[in-house]
Design a protein around this ligand. Sequence first.
Ligand code: NAD
Length: 433
Amino acid sequence: MNVAIIGTGYVGLSTGAGLAELGHIVTCIDREFDKIQKLKAGHTTFYERGLEELFYKNKQAGRLLFTTSMKEAVSQADLVIIAVGTPPHPVTKEADLKYIHAAATELAEFLRGYTVVATKSTVPVGTGDDIEILIRKKNPQADFDVVSLPEFLREGFAVYDFFHPDRIIVGSNTQRAADVITQLYGYFSGKTKFFYVKRRSAEMIKYAANSFLAMKIHYINELANFCEKADVDIFEVAEGMGADSRIGDKFLQPGPGYGGSCFPKDTLAMAYMARQNGVELSLINAAIKGNAARKKEMAERVLAAVKGIDSPKAAVFGLAFKAGTDDCRESPAIDIIFELLEHKIDICAYDPKAMNTAFGLLGNKISLADDMYAALDGADVLLVLTEWQEFKTLDFTEAAGKMRRKVILDFRNVFSGEKARQHGFSYQGIGRK
Ligand code: NAD
């Protein structure tokens, strides 16, 4: 099948490489000229486990192409996938659909023959209807259907998730378009559950799922606060609780708050969408408010740890919003760092993959170290903000020799508290006394 993907970001490139591996001819479009030039030259534009190999292999095989020309890609396509960003509106926090509307308008005139336009971007209920109207207005003769094809990949596992989806949701109001998607994902037939639903239901499933996961994280974080006070171990609780198949053991790791490019914006968009329909989603609203407070609480723990110290210095391990990616969008690490900078704390950070993306957000406000030990030089406290495996290899004896004061605040519970204390550190994790 000939596939055009509009928007070559995390979702567009991961999906494009995956579909090319399944044998489709995929052309990825982006309006950023430099991004497309870099991809054409054989370089990926962000870090994602396993993506580089997949990208390179399929590019070499001639199945994965890149262009800035909508005409070149869309006029050849049987299927056009929209994977542009849907960031929060700066004022209302609803999903800002300006990129979606622009993509729909730009692609319309190049549709040739029957084409399915599938939206992978996370969009509010009814956006498929808007896309249909925009295309029809620009090209009244076009033969097309608009489908909602929500994406559930996890950054850090995008390639794995592409080949092992829990389910495929096909939101189509026509059988003809649903058949095209079945053909696209033919490889998964018999391996994965397909759900054929109405377009509006598919749009809603994505927000319902992300909001639920965000609430689950917020729930375990609140329980962790209780466990710390009541001398209970949150990990024993999470294990016992998660073994219940009605609950499940995923998303029960307490931490510094949820982040990333999806949960924060999707919960806000869901809450806005509900309010527009006269419905108050109290649980989602509580998670939004609680998650913002959580990051401030984490910063307060750091401030308490350096109280009374002259010119305090913090070493930060981890800037990405989670391990396995270089994405720092809405990363709790970045929010906590900004909070600490307000209190004149000098920060030196290290992240195995996200230094460049973090620099884009923080600039020279903090210093960046080449490795873990360089970050620790003269520090009064070590903060762990992303759960990279590399941090587990820390040599506590060497670390102790570098730091001015031996204090660890491990907001991701990557270290053994017992081992840290044996090396003379004051250690505080999350969810244990
Ligand atoms: P991204 O910002 O990484 O990529 C979007 C790309 O679209 C950018 O490269 C941008 O230049 C390009 N673009 C915007 N308008 C364009 C246009 N008119 N023509 C061509 N290119 C255009 O975003 P992302 O993280 O890939 O997310 C895309 C969508 O997928 C969002 O709606 C997001 O909520 C959803 N989603 C993201 C994830 C994730 O983990 N990142 C997971 C599931 C769903």
